[in-house]
Design a binder for this molecule. Sequence first.
Ligand code: BDR
Ligand code: CA
Length: 304
Amino acid sequence: MKKLLLDVDTGIDDAIGIILAAKRAEVVGITTVNGNTSLDNATVNTLKVLKLIGREDIPVVRGADRPLLREPHFEVSVHGDDGIGGALKRMEIGEASPGFGPDFIIEQAEKHGGELTLVLTAPLTNMALAIRKEPRLKDWLKEVIIMGGAVRVPGNITPTAEYNMYIDPEAAKIVLHSGLPVKLVGLDVTEQTLLTGSEIERMQGNPEGQFVKDSTGGYMKRYEEITGLHACAMHDPFAVGVAIDPSFAWTERLHVDVETNSDLCDGQTVADFSNWTGKEPNIDVCLEADSERFIEYLVETIRL
Ligand code: BDR
Ligand code: CA
């Protein structure tokens, strides 16, 4: 079983990613960060999802409550006021574990030396803080999977930027240039990895399936307004899937940078397909996905 540490801003699709990871991998812990919703909401939502699946043994550690330099920007229209579309409203939960997310990432990376894969499905603030504090992270981590960026397709928060990159581009720059073994799972592959109403019906039969149904109602509606499709993108679950089974996506190694200084293009991930920059490729970028097989795997997993 793969050993994973998740960094999340739970978020509807983060929540589904957490369920997938907990059922199919060994999750050593989860760090939370400001993003789709506030750090408080993201932490509460993570604790609720773990309680729902009976996995309160997985430690949840709070991280950064804002981007490195910029103001938070919550995605209420997609994820609702609470971050998970109003699902699990009445659930009582315990406390998060003590500590600070970036320190927990460092501790776990050292402890599991060479065996741990990080899956980052949120703005990269926690990871950037961890890298700044502990340069040896790159010797300790097996792989870093990032849900973020868009190299061949338009953005989903501005014409050019994907949300996680846009919220904290300064943090993203630190992570992309860190020398860590990074795989980018961006909109190029996640926007074609769609969960439809009929697949949600096939997930029914346990509390996890009910949660997917309850949390995705508004998300589907918003997605339908934008794309015309009655479906929603499984951004974060797909990143978890690629961490567990890399054959869900095909990658190309490219030089990738992120824009931090432009009114129009902040947060845009720029991949150098034609070697214009002459810079060494630094990132494995997912360009094609076996979305159909992944969605089947997700439906089966939720039913487990
Ligand atoms: C990413 O942004 C968030 O809204 C989702 O949870 C996902 O991590 C997609 O751009
Ligand atoms: Ca997310």
